[in-house]
Ligand binder design. Structure first.
Ligand SMILES: [Zn+2]
Length: 92
């Protein structure tokens, strides 16, 4: 079992954790991610949470674009989807 110890994680003035110091790495990560999601939703930014629209990708992301129009998790998924759409148009 892997445990995250307080000494393993660099503590800076900006570091925040929302888990017990003796929590396992998985529990600590899950607690921090759950807290982060709650904070995003709590400040009214839940609409900026999105799921990648690429057919073979299941990643989720926080949309930081100005007009909240992001559709893909990163450029590689976007490029694959656009190339696939282009090939599909060329076939017809
Ligand atoms: Zn993706």
């Amino acid at each position: 079992m892997v445990r995250a110890r307080r000494t393993d994680i660099p503590q800076t003035s900006l570091s925040r954790s929302f888990h017990r110091p003796e929590a396992t790495l998985v529990d600590a990560w899950a607690a921090d991610m759950g807290t982060a999601l709650a904070m995003v939703i709590g400040v009214g930014q839940g609409a900026r949470l999105g799921a990648c629209q690429a057919a073979t990708c299941s990643l989720v992301f926080f949309d930081t674009t100005r007009n909240a129009s992001r559709r893909f998790c990163d450029l590689s998924c976007q490029n694959r989807a656009k190339a696939s759409a282009y090939r599909a148009r060329r076939r017809t």
